[in-house]
Design a protein around this ligand. Structure first.
Ligand code: AMP
Length: 211
């Protein structure tokens, strides 16, 4: 299955993408994770992306489209993939249609006030990028990743003003992408729930997955 997860930053796309990946045995391709890894490693793409990512702005379309087009050609994508964080603009969605055949675009709908609560409490593992929330999904030991023992940090783009900026950009640039997939007959939507497992159940129902 070649699936796109849509939704505001902090809606839970990354978490649901990982769950679906394991279940469907296909990779999650997260543009945010690719960019953060490139920034950490100081690659040319990372250097180019840094100022955009840290201020909550979108990285230019040509950079992101190039990354995804190349990534989807890798062997592990042969049986499908889950895209997390791409496409985020109409130009990206149209470009993707030129080099990939998508089976569905699933939107996770969450209100702006809930997004603010989620992002401002989000912590991310500096080593393996696993995500936690100080109240809703805390690690067993404060500040330490359950999975790899790495240190949990606050993403620079999860601070209040940057969150506001990212939400504004989401409404302006990314919401039209939903309409694009609606017109293609590929859009599915679920309402994000407080409990992760409840959202997962709705995602499975929407995709016709029964365990
Ligand atoms: P995310 O982890 O998906 O919230 O992405 C973090 C940041 O990476 C975003 O705020 C953007 O600066 C950048 N980014 C990720 N995906 C894209 C994309 N598809 N287009 C442009 N910028 C992106």
């Amino acid at each position: 299955m070649r699936l796109i997860l849509l939704g505001a930053p902090g809606a839970g796309k990354g978490t649901q993408a990982e769950i679906l990946s394991r279940l469907l045995n296909v990779p999650t391709i997260s543009t945010g994770n690719i960019l953060r890894a490139a920034m950490k490693n100081g690659t040319p793409v990372g250097l180019q992306a840094k100022a955009y990512v840290e201020s909550g702005k979108l990285v230019p379309d040509d950079v992101i489209i190039g990354i995804i087009e190349e990534r989807l050609q890798e062997d592990d994508c042969k049986n499908g993939y889950v895209l997390d964080g791409f496409p985020r603009t109409l130009a990206q969605a149209k470009a993707l249609s030129g080099f990939a055949k998508i089976d569905g675009a699933l939107s996770i709908e969450v209100s702006d006030s809930e997004i603010e609560h989620r992002m401002e409490g989000r912590r991310i593992c500096s080593k393996c990028q696993a995500t936690y929330h100080v109240e809703d999904n805390p690690p067993k030991v404060e500040g330490i990743c359950d999975k790899c023992g790495g240190q949990l940090v606050i993403r620079k783009d999860d601070i209040h003003d940057v969150v506001e900026n990212r939400l504004h950009i989401y409404h302006e640039e990314t919401e039209p992408v939903k309409e694009y997939y609606r017109q293609e007959g590929l859009l599915l939507a679920v309402r994000g729930q407080k409990k992760l497992a409840d959202t997962t159940q709705l995602v499975f129902d929407a995709l016709g997955i029964s365990l």
